[in-house]
Write a protein that binds this ligand. Sequence first.
Ligand code: AHM
Ligand code: MG
Length: 276
Amino acid sequence: MTVDEILDAVATAAPEIRSGLPGRRTKTDEQNVSGERQLAADVWADELLGERIGAIDGVGHYASEEREDVEQVGEGHLVAVDPLDGSSNLLSNNPMGTIVGVYDDDIPTTGRSLVAAAYVLYGPITTMVVARDGAVTEYVVEDGKRRDVGAVSLPEDPTVYGFGGRVTDWPPAVEEYVTEIEAELKLRYGGAMIADVSQVLTYGGIFAYPMLQSRPSGKLRLLFEGAPIAFIVETAGGSSSNGAMSLLDVEATSVHQRTPVFVGNDDLVDRLEARV
Ligand code: AHM
Ligand code: MG
């Protein structure tokens, strides 16, 4: 089945991506469509994943945070990829991820048309977390193969939070909320959404990259980051929001559009949504 083949292709590519990182920490002269300077690793991981995923029967389109245009590669699912999430962490040798959303509709669309979403976390070990058919599963990736290490569900007693953006650039309501939850939770923020969301899935809590005063739509991209992560967190028993509604209900009008992202335990997301 196509979805299995896509997930297997990502697992196969993960150790290759990882082993190619050491020589690709340099900045290129190119910017991606979101105006960010690309690293050699961003470009290379995108090419590798585009080639592998594009060759799978049943994949219709390949879309990437690193490419302006959606590419038609056949007929069937649209696969949206953030090849190296948090790639600035490559310079400081901190964790990074790869995010994959499998949509059964062409984009722009809503997260409701996701049939599966997954991320790879390049941490001390390489893991892959997959949401599909109403369940979230964690795998350890070894020799390009996925080994099931158990179901993922959000712990009920949350302990961590991580928020992106400069505090002085947050709307006052976000700052007030963070002051409130600081009494309940420990700060864990590492500059790669995937690594920070993995903390939330492991310990319970909330991750947000909120709207900023200088950038009302925040930083993260809806179809490559917000919706796939919302699909994973909601399937694991949590909530997501853009400040007004579930990230899965936000209707995209352009491929690279940005969105505020809040994901985590229901109560924590609801309280933030109520304030902003
Ligand atoms: P990227 O996919 O271009 O690397 O950007 C997304 C990353 C997220 O992983 C992370 O949450 C955020 O950008 C970090 O931004 P900042 O450096 O502003 O904290
Ligand atoms: Mg990213």
